[in-house]
Each structure stands twice: as structure tokens, then as C-alpha cells.
Write a protein that binds this ligand. Sequence first.
Ligand code: PLP
Length: 379
Amino acid sequence: MAMETKNEIIERNNAKLLFTPGPLTTSDTVKSAALKDMGSRDEQFIILVKDIRNTLLQLAHVSQPEYQCVLMQGSGTFGIEAVISSAIPRNGMLLNIINGAYGRRISQMSHIHNIPTLDLHYHENQLPILGEIEKALVDIPQITHMALVHGETTTGLINPVEEIGLLAKKHNKTYIVDAMSTFGAYKIDVEKLNIGFLISSSNKCIEGIPGFSFVIAREQDLQSCENQARTLSLDLYSQWLGLEKNGQFRFTPPVQALMAFHSALYELIEEGGTRARGKRYAQNNEVLVNQMRKAGFRLYLDDAIRGYIITAFLYPEDPAFSFEDFYQKLNDRGFVIYPGKLGRTQCFRLGNIGQLFPEDMNNLVVAIHEVIAEIGVKL
Ligand SMILES: Cc1ncc(COP(=O)(O)O)c(C=O)c1O
């Protein structure tokens, strides 16, 4: 197949290609599904919301009444904060497993809401140590909840969600999983993994546009959130009751984002579901990583612990390298990349989720070669 020129890519997409962890490149059908006015009390909209909630439960391999899906306005962080500030009782305690910026963000939330929290910190290129987690669970019986970020988008690391779920089950703790950047592209059987609350959002692997997050919750855990919320708008229990009562949101819903998401869910199913989407992303990632390695770039993480969503690359050692220049010159060519988010190590990140295909990854690396030559960096 002849390689597309960069102008053809831009024209095809009518926009820049986003090699980011979201918001990401979406299909034309998804974008056009948002180009409509719709009343939030319209029967058609209420049916659409119900369909979204049911389809998300299916993707999580669970069903009602044991599991429930709650949609929450705002970005992914709002969904996580809704869970953290609603699920943990006044006499409860959170064990938070941290090896990246999103784990640290959960801790920030629990501190703001005055929730007693034990932070278990690990290095950003390290998996958590299961023995230490278990020791904390045994030593501190006050712990009621555990939180883990499945895919740490800071680095692209995939945490051992299943093994930590087994510890949650063994010690009878409620397990909260931030699956923001993995849900839809990794198989996540919420019941099998003992997850009490899973959170993800509209603009990640399901390939919708930004506007809301969603929570898949075990009904029993959701019921225990009654009268526990520390905020009005992020009250997970009341949000659920509202959706159950009349299918409507308590406050103005992101109507266009929901219409686009409904379309995105159909496209996911048409593509072959989570398995097929994961396979495409893994192919994208393989092309990207192989070509970048060939070009002389080095990865931040060991292959054994990284996933296929996003990859952190170390800055070239040549002092001629400037991320700002690199970013801008790629941007001018229609390729949007992502900065690093690590404390000490200088990295940039390339995502391969969204409407991206192996040829897009090839084209990105061709552009990277051009830009590196233009700014005179030796790899
Ligand atoms: C793992 C993870 N958690 C939380 C978030 C926060 O989501 P948002 O930026 O939509 O608030 C992100 C965003 O990329 C993420 O990747």
C-alpha cells in the first residue's frame, strides 16, 4: 500500500492526528454524532443514556442488578473524585498504591476530603510489591478500601490489577480501580477482578469526545455510599438514584458528548469489541516502538511492565534536543505528541490510541526523522 503523504493524512482527518492519551483522534461518525441539538429530557436521549449504561456493563462483563453503571459529568478526574469522596465512610481508611502521577492524584483527593489514607509509594518504573501491600492490610485493620491505577498513563506501566484484586478479596476490602486509559482496550472482568468501583471516561479507549466519566460499581458497594458524599455534585449515590428514577441526570448532562459516545460504542462493537481494539492498539504500539528503537530512541520502561496504550521515550542525550522545538515542528506537520510527566527523568510520550492505525505510526516516525534532522540532533 502506498504511504499517505502528510497532507493527505491531514485532509483525511480534517485535523491533526493526536498521539496523546486523550482527548484523541476520533472518527468522523463520532464527531458528526455530536452535531445535533437534543433536549436532556427527550425520550430519545433517555433511551440513548440507558443504552450507554447497559453497553458499558457488558464491556465490563457484568450485568444488573449486581452491578450498576453511573455516568458523571466532567472529565475522568471527576469520576474518580466522585468515587473517593462518596465510597469511603467517615470511619473508613484508604490504602492507595502509587507509582505515577494519577496514583498521586487519588491521594491528593483523599487528603482534601480528610480521608485517612496510607500511601504505598513505588518508583514510577516499578511494579508495586504484593507482599508489602498484604502486610499493610494485615497490620492496619482500619483499612476499608484499596485504590489502584490500572494503566499508569504517566509512563504506560500496567499494574497487576488481578493480583491486587485477589488481595482485596482475601482481606475483604473494597477495590477501587482507575481504568481510565485501559477500559475498552484491555479485558477487564469487573466481577472476576473483585472490583467494587471502576472508573473510566468518554475520551479514552472507547474513542468518544471529552465530557463525562463513568463508574461501574458493585451494587452492594454503591448502596453503602448513601448519605456518605462529601460534595453535592459528585455524590455518586444520588447520581445513580437520579439516573435510575427517570433516566435523567441530576444536573445538565453533556448531551453532545453522550451522543458521540453512543456512536463510539457501536464502532467499538463493530470493530470486534475490546479484544479487536486491544489488538489494533498493540499493533500500533509495536510499529511505533520498533521504528523508534531503530531510529535510536530509548524507552523509559522495561518491556515486561509496559502496556500498549502510551509509551514514554527518553529525551535524546544530545544537548541540541529541545522538546519545545521537537513538539512544535511535529505539530506543524500535523502530528500532536505529548510531554512527559515524570519527576526527574526527561521523557516525552507517544500515545497510540484513538482512530490511529499502523500506517499513522509509520508516518509519525517518518516525521520524527525529518524533525530530528532539521534540529540537528544526533541519536
Ligand atoms: C490513569 C488516568 N487517571 C486519571 C486521568 C484523569 O483524567 P482526566 O484528565 O480526564 O480528568 C487520566 C488522564 O489521562 C489517566 O490517564
